[in-house]
Design a protein around this ligand. Structure first.
Ligand code: ADP
Ligand code: ASP
Ligand code: MG
Length: 474
């Protein structure tokens, strides 16, 4: 364990403009003044990933002008930010690097438009420009401010498989690369700065870890370098009792267990990427979620063990854009191997199932709506009758202390008695209770539950004095 090393990840809003980038420099400087070493992982500037995806999609439709127009706006934004960020000499050099990257992006978009086809592989390459640019700029600013900033192309270290769009990191290869490339920089007193979210496969082809993946990069870097801590700097004071955009009176959770945080992330709390927790847990590295706009706040600490809490739940998450698939078999078909046949179909399409409930003849499953639903249904129709219901959402209440409280389900469902509940599950892990409702009822249901469970929370675990700072996200 390199106790003095902290991996600091700054999300899109924390690097959204020159002012925000300077704020991150101040935060990193503060850690160095305390004698700590820092490796910094940054997201693309806020909204850039969405814009790159839009440019790639436009090019894929053959809309060259549309794609290049988006790229031109990105060029202006990055160049203007760089001009405001560093002195004239540095800007002269940085500008060359930015134009170089964006010329390559233009060429790529022209190529995609000419072919009129966007493959997952090319999509990853387009979207990688966001983190490539932001990390270069932040590294330059850090260097100017005396933090010895040194840019690292994340693709040289974050080795993944070739599952474009959601590539799986190869942890041993990553650890070896980090030791070879990043560790010597740390030992030389530098502050390595790398983009999150992006990687490359064994052939050196660019990949990405999936939306929100910069958190994952931070955890991989922390794990690979055996860091003493991982800090996820974002635009709210920490993990809150629910999304503050839904409930402005959400409270900061002071400490939460890895298991609870993973459950929340998986069930839709955008504040952490679901895969982030694992590399940190495996090496017992504490993770903090902190606010780059309010660096004094203590944030949320994610720990191995849950602290005792008088409230049953720590937080409420919600995940939208789900579809329920009802698979109804005739009794004759309900034979040995039937369930396996159903699940094999989902397996074939690598489709993750969020929730399952079964009755004598039917199985209801919920999945993300953007899966290959027509293909899945066609395959399922060969063994049963299939019915789809879209526009569903999953609401999930998470807390280790559900176990110690009786009558919780009654309290949950009386708080939302006015909402039509479609499927219910008390997680096998016993730390979540979740149910499916119509998408349009989510905000109302979350607010009612928040009122029911967090009006008088345990002050040892929740910061009741907290005031939420709502930002705009990446
Ligand atoms: P970043 O760009 O820093 O990665 P994200 O937008 O991905 O930031 O995540 C932070 C956002 O997550 C917050 O602004 C908040 O709206 C949302 N969020 C959802 N659920 C929660 C929660 N339980 N606690 C805190 N934030 C949450
Ligand atoms: N920029 C990427 C995204 O917006 C990754 C991240 O910010 O974590 O999804
Ligand atoms: Mg994020």
């Amino acid at each position: 364990m390199r106790q003095s090393l902290v991996v600091m990840k700054f999300g899109g809003t924390s690097v959204e403009d020159a002012t925000a980038m300077m704020r991150t420099a101040k935060i990193v400087g503060g850690r160095r003044e305390k004698g700590l070493e820092a490796v910094v992982v940054v997201s693309a500037m806020a909204k850039v990933t969405d814009q790159l995806l839009a440019a790639a999609a436009a090019a894929g439709r053959g809309d060259k002008a549309g794609a290049l127009a988006i790229a031109a706006r990105l060029r202006t934004r990055h160049v203007e930010t760089a001009a405001a960020l560093v002195n004239d000499d540095r800007f002269a050099q940085l500008q060359v690097a930015i134009h170089h990257e964006l010329d390559a992006l233009d060429d790529l978009l022209r190529g995609i438009s000419a072919v009129g086809e966007l493959t997952p592989r090319t999509n990853d390459l387009v979207v990688s420009f966001g983190e490539r640019l932001s990390s270069r700029m932040v590294a330059e600013a850090f260097d100017q401010l005396g933090l010895n900033g040194a840019h690292v192309d994340a693709r040289s270290c974050i080795i993944t498989d070739s599952n474009y769009g959601k590539a799986v990191p190869q942890e041993d290869a990553i650890e070896a690369k980090l030791r070879e490339i990043v560790l010597p920089m740390i030992e030389a007193g530098k502050t390595p700065v790398m983009g999150g979210f992006i990687g490359s496969n064994a052939e050196g082809i660019t990949t990405t870890l999936g939306r929100g993946g910069s958190d994952y990069t931070a955890a991989l870097v922390g794990g690979g370098l055996h860091a003493g801590a991982i800090e996820i700097w974002t635009d709210v004071n920490g993990i809150m009792t629910t999304d503050p955009r839904i409930c402005p009176d959400a409270l900061r959770v002071k400490t939460i267990s890895f298991e609870e945080a993973a459950e929340l992330a998986y069930f839709g709390a955008k504040v952490l990427h679901p895969a982030t927790i694992l590399p940190a847990v495996q090496k017992s590295i504490p993770v903090w979620v902190l606010n780059s706009r309010n660096a004094e706040n203590e944030g949320t600490q994610i720990t191995a063990m849950a602290v005792k809490c008088k409230s049953p739940f720590k937080s409420i998450a919600a995940k939208k854009k789900l579809t329920i698939i009802d698979v109804v078999a005739s009794r004759m078909l309900m034979s040995h191997g039937y369930l396996k046949a159903v699940f094999d179909v989902f397996d074939k399409y690598k489709c993750v199932i969020d929730m399952v409930s079964t009755s004598e003849v039917s199985i209801s499953l919920s999945v993300d709506s953007n899966q290959q639903l027509p293909e899945i249904c066609a395959d399922l129709s060969k063994i049963a009758d299939v019915k789809l219901e879209g526009n569903k959402a999953l609401v999930c209440l998470v807390g280790e202390d559900i176990r110690g409280h009786n009558g919780i389900a009654g309290r949950v469902f009386s708080a939302i008695s006015h909402v039509n509940v479609r499927m219910i599950s008390q997680g096998a892990s016993e730390i979540n209770m979740s149910f499916m409702i119509d998408e349009e009822d989510v905000e109302e249901a979350v607010r009612s539950l928040h009122k029911a469970f967090f009006t008088n929370p345990d002050e040892a675990v929740f910061d009741v004095t907290d005031r939420v700072q709502v930002g705009s996200g990446a």
